[in-house]
Design a protein around this ligand. Structure first.
Ligand SMILES: Nc1ncnc2c1ncn2[C@@H]1O[C@H](COP(=O)(O)OP(=O)(O)OP(=O)(O)O)[C@@H](O)[C@H]1O
Length: 272
């Protein structure tokens, strides 16, 4: 029997009883200041991400998913609340959090696939060239781009460019890979293939990932845990939904999709 069980998103477990979360987001409010407006993107959001989670931020367009991811990445400071990774407060970007974006132009067009993947390894991690090349090649192999290693980005398909961006992020061996709708601009067939490949990569390396999407079906396929956010400004809608892939694979994903849809779009007080 398939059931979307929403468990509370916070607070962190008492120290000593359970391992602390890898990432803790506590009561975080994020705002943009424009010349005329103060826009609240998310309000009082709390959640924990554990080691090897495939954690999805799910919610309608404009609910602040990308803004939350930027804040975890250290590119934006909360006006209230705190974000901790491995017990350290996030105040700026760092190589422990690598981002993969939706846009195909996130690669440097004047560098080959190999050079793109090597770049942060030599610059941010300061690895010697030979070590960086070996590591880059091993991740390029993992994303099945061995034959394109010397190609330039403009010769690659959208899916191939996203694979390079994933290899570049993963080669840094960050504590968390942050993926902002990485497959949204791909055609449906390639998107499904990329989702399968991401799961395969996860089986190989058990990396921790936060994945932003507004597709319920994609969230169910990719994740083991889903945080549901309400429409603008994003607040935690119904806690965290645990997804049991064994259930999803038995063909009952449709039922879970409907349950999550109801949780996301129910009126306050109805199903919350
Ligand atoms: N640079 C910015 N300046 C001002 N407002 C912004 C900026 N970026 C985002 N916003 C606003 O913040 C809110 C949240 O935006 P955000 O992009 O985080 O939502 P999202 O859930 O990721 O949406 P989508 O699924 O459409 O990408 C929206 O109201 C948006 O208009």
């Amino acid at each position: 029997m398939l059931q979307a069980v929403a468990s509370p998103a916070g607070p962190a477990p008492v120290a000593g009883t359970t391992a602390p979360p890898l990432l803790s987001v506590r009561n975080v409010t994020l705002r943009y200041k424009t010349p005329n407006l103060l826009i609240t993107a998310t309000e009082n959001v709390s959640f924990d991400v554990r080691q090897s989670d495939r954690f999805v931020l799910l919610g309608p367009s404009g609910c602040g998913k990308s803004t939350l991811l930027k804040a975890v990445g250290g590119y934006m400071k909360p006006v209230a609340g705190e974000i901790h990774i491995n017990g350290r407060q996030v105040t700026k970007p760092g190589p422990d959090r690598m981002m993969v974006f939706q846009e195909f132009d996130q690669l440097m067009p004047w560098k080959t696939v190999l050079e793109n993947v090597m770049f942060p390894l030599t610059v941010a991690r300061k690895l010697p060239a030979k070590e960086a090349e070996d590591l880059a090649r091993s991740y390029i192999d993992k994303v099945k781009l061995t034959r394109a290693v010397d190609s330039y980005p403009h010769t690659l398909s959208g899916g191939m460019k996203q694979r390079v961006a994933i290899a570049r992020g993963m080669a840094m061996q960050p504590d968390i890979l942050l993926m902002d709708e990485p497959f949204a601009a791909l055609d449906a067939l390639t998107r499904r293939q990329m989702q399968d490949e991401l799961l395969q990569l996860w089986e190989d390396t058990k990396f921790t990932v936060i994945f932003v999407t507004h597709s319920i079906a994609e969230a169910i396929k990719i994740s083991n845990r889903i945080l549901l956010l309400s429409p603008h400004p994003g607040r935690v809608k119904a806690g965290v939904v645990d997804v049991d892939q064994a259930n999803v694979e038995d063909g009952s994903a449709g039922a879970l999709e409907r349950e999550i849809h109801d949780l996301l779009f129910s009126e306050p007080g109805h199903r919350e």
